[in-house]
Structure formats: C-alpha cells, structure tokens
Design a protein around this ligand. Structure first.
Ligand SMILES: *[C@@H]1O[C@H](CO)[C@@H](O)[C@H](O)[C@H]1NC(C)=O
Ligand SMILES: [Zn+2]
Length: 401
C-alpha cells in the first residue's frame, strides 16, 4: 500500500514536471476520481439513522412510518405479465374495467408488457383506463441464463430502449413508465438496477421474497445491502441509490410451499372448484390483511384465468369483496412506492385525490408485413399508435427505423 502511494506520488510529480502547466494535470486527476465514484461499491449493512424516507429505506418488514397495522391502507397489487393482445384484452375488459375502490378512486392494475406480439393500440387503451404500463423487456428471450448473465449494455437494450419504444408506439408519456419485471423472474445482479437508476425507472418487481412472508417485506431502496433472500441469483449487492425494490412477497400454497406468481403455485385447489379457490385466495390475503398489511400481491398471467374459468370466477368474487372493504385499495404498483415514501394513515389516505394521469389519443396504424432482423423468415404485423416503422423493432433498433 505504502509503495503504491509513493508510486502514484512519483507519477503525479513526474507529470507535473513534464507538463509545464500543472493545472492540466490537476484536471486530469479530478476527472479520474469522478469516474471512480461512478463505479459500483459494495453496499454496506443498512444504517437506519442515515437511511430515511422519502428517498431511502432499509429492507425490512417493519411498517413504514411506524404506523399501527390497523391504520395502514391494505394495498392489493394485481399484475399481468407478457404481451397485450386482442385475445387477453377480452379478460381485462370483462373483469378489470370499471372497478372502483371504496374511496371512489378507480382500481389499479399493472401490466408488465414485453414487446413481441404486443398490440400497442390496446396497450394505449389500458393506459387510458388508468392502469399502469410497466416493462417486461423487448426480447423476453430464452434461455433464462441470458438474463442471469445480462450485462449493463444488455439491460440497457432490453429496458432503457423499451421505455422509449413503449412511449412511442403506445403513446404513453415517457415519465409515466416506471416499473420493471425481468422475464422468468430471473435476477441479473446489479446490471438491471444500474440501468434503472440511469434511465429514471423507479421500481423493480422481479425479486421473490420467500422468507419474509409473514410478516411480509415492504418495498425498500438499494442504498444499503438488502437482507432479502436471493431465490433466483444473482441478486444485486452494490449500493444503487434511487431505485426501489418492490419485493414479490410469496403466497403459500396448500402445503405451505411459497410461490411468487399465483399460476406457479403447486399444491392448489381443484381448478374446477370455485369455492375452494376463493378460500385459497382469501387465506393468502388474510395473512397480510390481519397481519402487518404489507401490500398483497395477485400476480398472474391471463392465460391461467382463461383456461380455468372457476379460478377466474373466484378471483372476480375476491375483487368484488375487497372493492367493498373500506381499508383495502387495489392500486397501480407505483402508488405503493409513493405511499411508502410518504406513509399516511388510512383516514388521511382516503381524503387524497385519486391518481391523475395524462390521457392520450392513439393515431392508429396497422403495419406490415415488417421483416425482422432477429428472425429473417418471419414477417410481423404491428398495431401501433403513430406512423409505421420500416422494419420490425428489436434490440438495438427499438423504433424499427
Ligand atoms: C455487484 O457489485 C458489487 C460491488 O461492486 C460486486 O461485488 C458484485 O460482484 C456485483 N454483482 C454481480 C453479480 O456482478
Ligand atoms: Zn414473462
């Protein structure tokens, strides 16, 4: 260490002598140290004193703001993954549209949308229903190991570019796009979070929590080291301020085995048994509602409801029930982050105006055949807002120019 320091000292002196202007070398040293600050540093154990809301929170099951559980609004997060198309929108129109919470605000739903085969005109419709459109990558490609090994540049092409792409083709204001979920719930270490920090993406909802289920883990930031169990490694270990983790707190199936998505639970009731499914959902809900009220997840793919009508009916019954409870609120995912940053008790929460969003129109174009660079033999048709692209948009060319 001592010799290294002396070495650097000698170098600085040497360059100062070589350069007649010592100012120039000073500038150089400054530049170099700036680059060093951008490098990742290992996150330290969380310092509760230093890490305070609204911009920092340690990973913890304790209720934000130290509220009494009975004063905490029970948020319910319904999310659907994958592409949005003419088939699955029928389910969304039938069972999600027009729902209202007891505070008279429209119920929220979050769609984690991937690019391929997505109908952007319908995505625009979902956005204009007041739902949240979030990112689920451009390529959603296999194998899963691609995501585990994805570098910063890979994640930039998948998510930073998808934010531009989604905003353009679905005509959604760029800054309204805030959430990310990686395909296959495969974590990618620090890289996806670094990209999120650099491109103003607020929260990630990829990370399953299987240990902190009862009580459930609340959203937290990555300023300090996470204590969350890493189910699908690699998980981030660097300090990445400004990004929130919205953990996927697991359900417990009938045998107590944790599952991050409802459709990935293994020991489940008979798929034809609506009553048993309703009880299954309510049992999981009550773990949150009668506990510390960590946000209750209902994370699913639409196909599961389509092939199991009884499960769908049970889910509708459940939503009808919670839409009538005066301390339960179905919201868009980013609203949970907003609440955690500034936690307020139920009474105050109910006085707040409903979420606002900028309505947009969709100048519709139906485009195709568009030839793809990732698959030379296939032609694609796209339903979009705005003017048609030249080629099928893909990684490295998100607008298909
Ligand atoms: C994340 O960054 C930390 C700090 O630089 C590093 O120790 C760790 O290996 C990185 N994780 C991955 C998966 O690259
Ligand atoms: Zn997916």
């Amino acid at each position: 260490m001592k010799w290294a320091l002396i070495g650097i000292f000698v170098l600085i002196v040497a360059s100062a002598i070589a350069d007649s202007s010592s100012e120039e070398s000073e500038e150089k040293t400054k530049e170099e140290s700036e680059e060093t600050t951008n490098e990742l540093v290992l996150a330290e154990p969380c310092d509760e004193e230093a890490c305070q809301l609204p911009n920092c929170r340690c990973s913890s099951t304790s209720i934000p703001g130290g509220l009494n559980p009975r004063n905490v609004p029970q948020f319910v997060l319904v999310t659907f993954d994958d592409n949005v198309n003419v088939i699955n929108v029928q389910t969304y129109r039938n069972i999600m549209y027009g729902r209202v919470n007891t505070n008279s605000c429209p119920a929220g739903v979050t769609f984690f949308v991937n690019h391929e085969y997505t109908d952007y005109q319908i995505t625009n419709e979902l956005y204009n229903q007041g739902f949240e459109i979030a990112l689920h990558s451009i390529s959603h490609q296999t194998p899963q190991s691609y995501w585990a090994q994805a570098t910063y540049d890979d994640m930039k092409l998948e998510f930073a570019d998808q934010k531009i792409q989604m905003s353009h083709f679905a005509n959604i204001p760029y800054e309204e796009i805030k959430g990310v979920r990686n395909p296959f719930l495969q974590m990618a270490g620090n890289s996806s979070f670094q990209v999120m920090a650099d491109y103003d993406l607020l929260y990630d909802s990829t990370w399953p929590a299987q240990i902190d289920v009862n009580p459930g883990l609340w959203p937290y930031t990555l300023d300090y080291a996470s204590t969350q169990d890493c189910v699908i490694p690699p998980c981030p270990t660097a300090s990445i301020p400004g990004v929130w983790v919205l953990p996927m707190v697991a359900w417990l199936d009938l045998e107590g085995v944790p599952c991050a998505m409802v459709d990935s639970c293994f020991h489940v009731p008979n798929h034809e048994d609506e009553e048993a499914w309703f009880r299954f959902i309510v049992t999981n809900f009550e773990r949150h509602y009668l506990g510390t009220r960590a946000p209750f997840p209902f994370y699913i793919h639409e196909w599961y409801l389509a092939i199991h009508p009884a499960v769908r009916r049970a889910f509708v019954r459940f939503m009808d029930m919670i839409n009538n409870l005066n301390d339960v609120f179905m919201v868009n995912s980013h609203e949970v982050i907003d609440w955690v940053r500034k936690p307020i008790p139920i009474d105050e929460y109910k006085q707040k105006p409903c979420r606002e969003f900028i309505r947009t129109t969709c100048p519709a174009s139906n485009c195709g055949p568009l030839y793809s660079t990732h698959n030379q033999w296939s032609a694609f048709w796209m339903q979009i807002c705005n003017v048609c692209p030249n080629v099928y948009p893909w990684l490295g060319n998100p607008l298909g120019q």
